[in-house]
Design a protein around this ligand. Structure first.
Ligand SMILES: NC(=O)c1ccc[n+]([C@@H]2O[C@H](COP(=O)([O-])OP(=O)(O)OC[C@H]3O[C@@H](n4cnc5c(N)ncnc54)[C@H](O)[C@@H]3O)[C@@H](O)[C@H]2O)c1
Length: 262
């Protein structure tokens, strides 16, 4: 199996859970230290591991990566970054940055690896990391939501396209999962005010839903070949509300964004 962004958080735990269940790994990240730690842990479980330093937003690096490794049976396009803020707060350069990684990174993963999976035959599964923010848009996550809605749309369309090849596609939509993403996210607007990052980090810690639980639910969603997999109860609830009343979901997202600042 192959995981992008496997040096931390959800990607790391998904890769290691697969390793525990007997899979050999192909993993990439830009975070060399994190990648080496995941590699060491997987080797400790007796697995073969191929690691590459790859920027998923870089087309040529992803092309080279795909040419060097065998077709995965499970492809997990996980690498992503966070950005908080409204449209009025977000510089265009940051739109470029987040679209290149969160959306084009997933496009590159699908573009370069899916044809290899088809050519190998025997089916397989593609997992793309969207978000709760890809199901319900938050006014404090405008650029992030835009990329994650994009990943959701891409995944649902690709799922239908790949039916003849017996390759499943699942969009994973986690809510609040306590990972280092809270520390690396770029924050603007209200999220960028003094003390806001510390509050966000504290809220994620208090929420107490770890990436190991996320990984278990990701693999369960693959087993069930779900089109969309909300991860964490808040994501399930938001999705249900969104399907019932987008207007109510919008109101809830506004209230939640305000509460997150407290
Ligand atoms: N943690 C959450 O609450 C949450 C919620 C919804 C969605 N997600 C999504 O889940 C995925 C994983 O997030 P996480 O919380 O585990 O974050 P994380 O920061 O712990 O891990 C993300 C990993 O991706 C890597 N990465 C970032 N940009 C990269 C690039 N250009 N090329 C290669 N690797 C790159 C990072 O170095 C890092 O190791 C992301 O797509 C994120 O948007 C997370």
């Amino acid at each position: 199996m192959l995981v992008t962004g496997a040096g931390s958080g959800i990607g790391r735990e998904t890769a290691l859970l697969c390793a525990r269940r007997g899979a050999d790994l192909v993993i990439c990240d830009l975070n060399a230290e994190g990648l080496a730690a995941t590699e060491a842990d997987a080797r400790g479980l007796g697995r073969n591991v191929v690691t590459r330093s790859v920027d998923v937003s870089d087309r040529e690096q992803m092309r080279a990566f795909a040419s060097e490794v065998a077709a995965p049976d499970l492809l997990v396009n996980n690498a992503g970054v966070g950005i908080g803020g409204g449209l009025l707060d977000t510089p265009l350069e940051d739109w470029d940055w987040v679209v290149r990684i969160n959306l084009m990174g997933v496009v590159h993963g699908c573009h370069f690896f899916v044809p290899k999976m088809i050519e190998r035959g025997g089916g397989g599964h593609v997992v793309n990391l969207s978000s709760l923010a890809g199901l319900v848009a938050s006014p404090e996550l405008v650029a992030y939501s835009a990329t994650k809605f994009g990943v959701l749309g891409l995944s649902l369309a690709l799922r239908e396209e790949l039916v003849p090849h017996e390759i499943g596609v699942t969009a994973i939509c986690p809510g609040i999962v306590n990972t280092p993403i809270t520390r690396s996210s770029r924050l603007y607007g209200k999220s960028g005010e003094p003390g806001a990052r510390e509050r966000i980090v504290r809220n994620y810690e208090r929420r107490g839903y770890g990436p190991e639980r996320g990984a278990k639910n990701i693999l369960r969603a693959v087993e069930r070949n779900r089109p969309i997999a909300p991860i964490t109860p808040e994501s399930w609830v938001s999705w249900a509300v969104m399907r019932t009343s987008p207007r109510l979901a919008g109101w809830m997202a506004r209230k939640l964004a305000a509460a997150a600042q407290r």
